[in-house]
Design a protein around this ligand. Sequence first.
Ligand code: PMP
Length: 318
Amino acid sequence: MKCSRDDKFSSGRLNPYGNIELNPASGVLNYGQGVFEGLKAYRKRDGCGFLLFRPVENAIRMQMGADRMCMPSPSADQFIDAMKETVLANRRWVPPQGKGSLYIRPLLIGSGAVLGLAPAPEYTFLVYASPVGNYFKAREGFAPINLLIEDAIHRATPGGTGCVKTITNYAPVLKAQLLAKSNGFTDVLYIDPVNKKYLEEASACNIFIVKGKAISTPITRGTILPGITRGSIIAIARDSGYLVEERLVTIDDLIEADEVFCTGTAVVVSPVGSVTYHGKRFEYKTGADTVSQRLYKSLTDIQMGLAEDTKGWTVEVV
Ligand code: PMP
């Protein structure tokens, strides 16, 4: 749907998937004025209907990002209505339960023409979707990933846009990601650009370490995306009796951890098998009897409607 600064994102329509027209002078093409979200719809076990996981949080995060990028954004109700319509229009593409999900990608872009640097006068909110299997080419939740700590390329800087999901956060990490992949790693783990000793996050997921009975994850100080999966795992882990700390987590803490895992909409909860730092490889516990396995199961049971949703996190689409 298209709107000017004063419109209310009220009129949307469904189109078959295809190219869109964009003004060559649009804010998004010239100045990267855009934010996006990612969420998944799971098919319910009985085959009737679908579940969205915490879409209000995605709507709120998009609003925060839009504000940072000087754009108006859809209300939470408008956002969720658009997600529901997209799921229903693509219902035949939602994989059977246990075989994947429908990944939904809402995008908000400055589509109006703007030659000098300024916010675009017109915006477009669009949503597309695709069936997905597991993000990392292995069985999600089970096959460990291998991370490379990167200390030359940074994902975010203080005062930048690391804590919101702007499109401009992603192309700058492609280089580090490609280099890591070409050396056999699954992804890059970024560290803070100032002290170069605190963990931040991977390219598209947050990180947790487990030491004894304590779980820690880097505190979000403006340079880390506050992942919705991260927040959910913190809540589930605390409910399950774990001590969970959001704090500054150092590379040394990581090296000494028993277990490490990543969280995100795409990766869900993925165990980390190894982290490599300055050529040294550190290995972690993975497999059946691990904290990450237990948390993966608790989370996905809620997401797929197999466990009671006591927190009201899921939104049904029928
Ligand atoms: N960090 C980054 C940089 C991401 O792109 C994502 C994916 N949105 C995450 C963390 C995880 O966030 P979420 O759990 O909301 O998907």
